[in-house]
Design a protein around this ligand. Structure first.
Ligand code: NDP
Length: 506
């Protein structure tokens, strides 16, 4: 950080940071501070091309189809990726089927050792993984470094602990593995989603076929390298890259016993239909339109941080994003004024810079979706405000953090998941009104409540139709804490004891 003026007689500079010509220097926090560039420099070599990871080895796609994975912040091609066909999926499922009885027969403490080694190796290579995640997905390096990779490792550590204690997790019962698990994950938290799905499955004696999202395959494939390094038996985890066709082939494969899916509600519904008349078990973690509710007795500055964290974290590509903000009418003006100031300090741009707060939108397609919602919102809502700080890079997919205020519950931007850095601000007068407006959505994934009254906290948490309710905080995750939704946000839980349940038959 570089400040330009010092001393008691300094006056306001061009950027207005320091005032106090006739008295002691006063820092003016309403103006921007300049940051020196702080690019992450850790090496994360990327091969020109990658195959699928099947039966412990990287193999070429059977039908030879490939696609490119592109950096959303530079639009450069990073690597050529195998495009999974039905035949590739069949090979992966066969490998998983063959490996499953031996893996399940291992004593729990032996399975735990493998899972523990995965966690350790992830920690040792954390910086490389963070760089790769940011290059492939566009999220700020400080988020990959401080959230995605540590949480992924934490999930493997946590579930390593359960592998030899399953009889205590389900006391009085004899938990058996489900078999072969097909796991389909999205692009917003690529490595973390892989860990959320693989770690409990492995702990319970299942084997897996993982299908990463088309735009973010690189960290899952690097995880394949870790499986080789730690000597995970071949076939226990298989990774088939590709688009929705590979996902659908996995869902429809007769030898897959369980499907775990995270992604859009539309695709989730299609998967629910496809598995309905089969003996496959299913868990769905789908979209959301989560409410972040600020009461007049809340600590306002803390709540404003919670709003920022809730909607602008990971460019708003978060299923549980606090995308509907409900502010008590008496403090609405104050909250909006403070929000604007805070948003003015958000740095949008090069995700490899350690000071960047908001990185690139994950893909051209997602940017187009967000722009469509912005256009619609401008027609619906009376007020629109976007942060307008640093200039955006010339190449790449960018969207400035913004909010609409005066939003009505019937507006499209208040009802549909935008999956971008766009907030819909609404007001309420009473706790009952806040509850009924917050619950007025087909989704039920998460919510945030900000107040200093304990009784109000419990009252609200009880009344909210949401799988997770954060109190005076937002976006807090822990492997021991179950995560998942109600209504169109899906069913089943990931994390904690509840998350293990989906991976055992009892
Ligand atoms: P999808 O639901 O299409 O993608 C999630 C995963 O499912 C990806 O691996 C995808 O492959 C795969 N997939 C796609 N079609 C099928 C299918 N028919 N059968 C099985 N698997 C399939 O999300 P999108 O990436 O298309 O994003 C669209 C919208 O979904 C976003 O704008 C956002 O609103 C929402 N979304 C929500 C997420 C959440 O966590 N709630 C996560 C991601 C998106 P591929 O990557 O090749 O498409």
């Amino acid at each position: 950080m570089s400040a330009t003026a010092t001393g008691e007689t300094s006056k306001q500079t061009d950027t207005g940071r320091l005032t106090g010509l006739d008295g002691p220097a006063v820092l003016d926090f309403t103006q921007g501070w300049d940051y020196a560039p702080a690019p992450e420099s850790a090496p994360a070599p990327i091969a020109d091309s990658y195959g699928h990871f099947i039966n412990g080895a990287f193999v070429d796609p059977i039908e030879g189809e490939r696609f490119d994975t592109v950096s959303p912040s530079t639009e450069e091609t990073l690597s050529s990726i195998a495009n999974g066909s039905e035949a590739d999926v069949a090979a992966a499922v066969a490998a998983a089927g063959e490996a499953q009885p031996t893996w399940a027969a291992l004593p729990g403490k032996e399975r735990a050792k493998y899972i523990f080694r995965i966690a350790r190796r992830l920690q040792e290579r954390a910086r490389e993984f963070a760089v790769l995640e940011t290059m492939d997905g566009g999220k700020p390096i400080k988020e990959s470094r401080d959230v995605d990779i540590p949480l992924a490792a934490a999930h493997f550590f946590y579930h390593a602990g359960w592998a030899d204690k399953l009889q205590y997790a389900f006391a009085g019962r004899t938990p058996k593995p489900v078999g072969v698990c097909g796991q389909i994950i999205p692009w917003n938290f690529p490595l973390m989603m892989a860990a959320w799905k693989l770690a409990p499955a492995l702990a319970c004696g299942n084997t897996c076929v993982l299908k990463p999202a088309e735009t973010t395959p690189l960290t899952a494939l690097r995880l394949g390298e870790i499986f080789q390094e730690i000597g995970l038996p071949p076939g226990v985890v298989n990774i088939v890259t590709g688009d929705g066709r590979a996902g659908a082939a996995l869902v429809n494969h007769k030898d897959v016993n369980k499907i775990a899916f995270t992604g859009s509600t539309d695709v989730g519904k299609r998967i629910a239909k496809a598995t309905a008349a089969t003996d496959k078990t299913l868990t769905l973690e789908l979209g959301g339109k989560s409410a972040n509710i600020i009461f007049e007795d809340a600590s306002i500055d803390q709540a404003v941080e919670g709003i920022i964290q809730g909607i602008y974290f990971n460019q708003g590509h978060v299923c549980c994003a606090g995308s509907r903000l409900f502010v008590q009418e008496s403090i609405a003006e104050q909250v909006i004024a403070k929000l604007k100031i805070r948003m003015g300090s958000l740095r949008v741009g090069d995700p490899m810079d350690k000071n960047t707060d908001v990185g690139a939108i994950n893909s051209r397609q997602q940017l187009d979706t967000i722009v469509k919602y912005l256009d619609k919102g401008r027609k619906e809502a009376p007020e629109f405000w976007e942060s307008n700080g640093s200039p955006l890079p010339e190449r790449g997919y960018w969207c400035r953090p913004s909010f609409f205020s005066g939003v009505q519950p019937s507006h499209t931007i208040a009802r549909e998941e935008i999956f971008g850095p766009v907030l819909a601000v609404m007001t309420f007068r009473t706790p009952d009104e806040a509850l009924s407006r917050a619950n007025n959505t087909p989704y039920g994934l998460a919510a945030g409540v900000w107040t200093d009254k304990g009784s109000k906290i419990f009252e609200m948490a009880r009344g909210l139709d949401a799988g997770v309710v954060w109190l005076n905080s937002y976006n807090k995750f822990d492997p021991a804490s179950p995560f998942g939704g109600f209504k169109e946000s899906g069913f089943g839980r990931e994390g904690g004891l509840q998350g293990l349940r989906a991976y055992v038959k009892i």
